[in-house]
Write a new protein. Structure first.
Length: 293
């Protein structure tokens, strides 16, 4: 098969395209789809955790903690996402290296900030210069996931904070009247009931998160956007066995179809979750289901 593909002059159009789409570099773009899905699988729960912590802090009766939660929500929501994505990757990288520098090089006698340069000892570099390529890629992916989680966690915090306030106060008062402690009221009454109010906002946030995954390209991760640009660009016979013109439009069209199908599948799943959550609930959705029954 590989010998057959090695001579493109002997191939028909269909066979040529089949060979072209199974080259080693095309395997990379297929694997990068897994990179995007892995990012979403890790970032979604991580952002939800950041959001839950931020929302809980914002409604705290401890004033400094409330200021921290509200400040986190306001600052991240008030700054363009791209600015935070580019800032956090650099800031987090330097922060981790600074911690390692303080631990591994306590005798360092030079300033870390030298003009516009950030200089740490060689042992503190992340990753180390002699590390394998997969280590560099994994570290870059980790920074990207953490950045996505921090940014989208602020939006999730705002949604969850609003959902917590939407739970009828009478529910909390009834729990208090039965002798529940504030902690029990929070975990047994407020948190279970808030999800039905939070899901519409979280659904929209999930869609925005899906559409934001191409930002991986700007963060240095070789995602599907990176490979679509690389593989779709014009190729000459001097550098490849499969020369072609500028095909970037077709590659990006394939990405458009991929994201449309993915978001549609997400809508179906989220709609089913919403129906299950609102079943029997005193909400507009639950009332509609009750009347339909």
């Amino acid at each position: 098969m590989f010998g057959f593909c090695a001579d493109p002059d002997t191939l028909g159009n269909v066979a040529w395209m089949a060979c072209y789409l199974t080259t080693g570099k095309h395997m990379a773009i297929y694997l990068s789809v897994g990179t995007v899905l892995l990012l979403l699988a890790i970032t979604a729960p991580a952002a939800l955790a950041f959001g839950f912590a931020g929302a809980s802090a914002a409604r705290s009766r401890v004033l400094p903690l409330s200021w921290l939660g509200r400040g986190y929500i306001a600052i991240v929501r008030g700054v363009p996402d791209i600015a935070f994505f580019l800032f956090f990757v650099i800031a987090l990288d330097q922060f981790f290296e600074w911690i390692r520098h303080e631990v591994k090089c306590p005798d360092w006698d030079q300033p870390i900030r030298q003009g516009n340069d950030f200089v740490v000892c060689a042992e503190a570099k992340l990753p180390l210069g002699n590390a394998a390529q997969w280590v560099h890629e994994t570290y870059g992916f980790f920074l990207a996931v953490l950045t996505f989680a921090i940014v989208f966690g602020a939006f999730a915090a705002n949604v969850l904070y609003g959902a917590m306030r939407a739970v009828p106060r009478a529910q909390m008062e009834t729990a208090e009247a039965y002798g529940m402690s504030p902690r029990q009221c929070y975990w047994r009454i407020l948190v279970p009931q808030m999800w039905v109010y939070a899901l519409p906002g979280l659904s929209n946030l999930w869609m925005v998160l899906i559409k934001a995954t191409p930002l991986l390209f700007l963060l240095g991760v070789e995602d599907i956007v990176y490979w679509a640009r690389e593989l779709g660009g014009a190729k000459t016979a001097r550098f490849t066995d499969y020369p072609h013109g500028d095909w970037r439009m077709w590659y990006f069209l394939a990405l458009l179809v991929f994201y449309l199908l993915f978001t549609r599948a997400s809508e179906i799943v989220l709609d089913r979750i919403m129906k299950r959550l609102t079943h029997g609930q005193a909400t507009a959705g639950g009332e509609a289901q009750r009347k339909a029954a």
